[in-house]
Design a protein. Structure first.
Length: 254
């Protein structure tokens, strides 16, 4: 990591792992279906930096075996178990897997945190010839005009606490240095119907939110929460929340 802010942000991933499992959104089925059309086999996949396993569980429905790794054991403890899904605590940059092991490598909502100079050679090593690499992450969500407007106040308070690494995600991973031949991908988005508790739970998993609270205390977000609650209406009402996905995909040469 290049900055102290990056290291502090990564350290927050160990906090509230149960919230990651409960409130992080599910990626669209269409994304996995499309990835399957690009892979030449479905024997093994590696979900790198799996967190609480949202992507890994989906991959396990399609692949004979899925390896899912994360640097945080506390996250893996909250992950859903499947017979063909194997979790391992290890850094993305130092995977223990054998050469040419995987038909597909995925990185969901995490590539911007990696030391990519160390990660890319490892990804190339363990990916089979002709195998596919895919990384994705979501951008700022949008909902109703009133909710969008209320979220501007959240954004203003936590904005100084976003790590500079997050800019790579917001730029669509276009400068991530992927060493594989690019594959043109369709556009995908996450669409969730959430109540207010679910949205607030999701917001509380953001590294910038946790760092803001650690530095300034919960009270600094009181006004933002009140504005959001007013814009939301009855807390149990379901509002449509949409998160555009950034996706970069490449193939290892034969």
């Amino acid at each position: 990591m290049s900055t102290i802010m990056d290291s502090k942000a990564i350290a927050t991933f160990e906090l509230y792992s149960d919230r990651y499992a409960r409130f992080r959104p599910v990626y669209p089925d269409g994304l996995y279906q499309w990835l399957l059309t690009q892979t030449r086999g479905a024997q093994k996949a590696w979900d790198c930096a799996t967190g609480t396993g949202q992507a890994a569980v989906q991959l396990a429905r399609h692949f004979d075996r899925v390896e899912a790794s994360d640097i945080n054991a506390s996250q893996l403890m909250m992950a859903e178990l499947r017979a063909n899904l194997h979790y391992l605590t290890c850094p993305a940059e130092h995977p223990p897997y054998l050469d040419n092991s995987f038909d597909l490598i995925t990185v969901a909502q995490a590539l911007h945190w990696f030391d990519r100079e160390e990660f890319w050679p490892q990804a190339a090593r363990v990916l089979r010839p002709g195998g596919v690499f895919a990384a994705w992450g979501y951008d700022w969500f949008y909902a109703t005009a009133e909710i969008n407007d209320a979220m501007r106040f959240y954004s203003a308070v936590i904005e100084p606490f976003w790590s500079s690494s997050t800019q790579l995600l917001w730029d669509g991973y276009r400068d991530c240095g992927m060493p594989f031949a690019p594959i043109a991908a369709p556009s995908f988005e996450i669409v969730m119907d959430w109540n207010l508790e679910q949205l607030l739970g999701f917001i509380q998993t953001w590294s910038a939110h946790k760092m803001c609270v650690q530095s300034l205390g919960q009270h600094v977000l009181d006004d933002a929460r009140k504005r959001l609650a007013k814009a939301w209406g009855e807390p149990t009402i379901l509002h449509r929340i949409t998160l555009p996905l950034h996706l970069v995909v490449g193939r290892k040469p034969d």
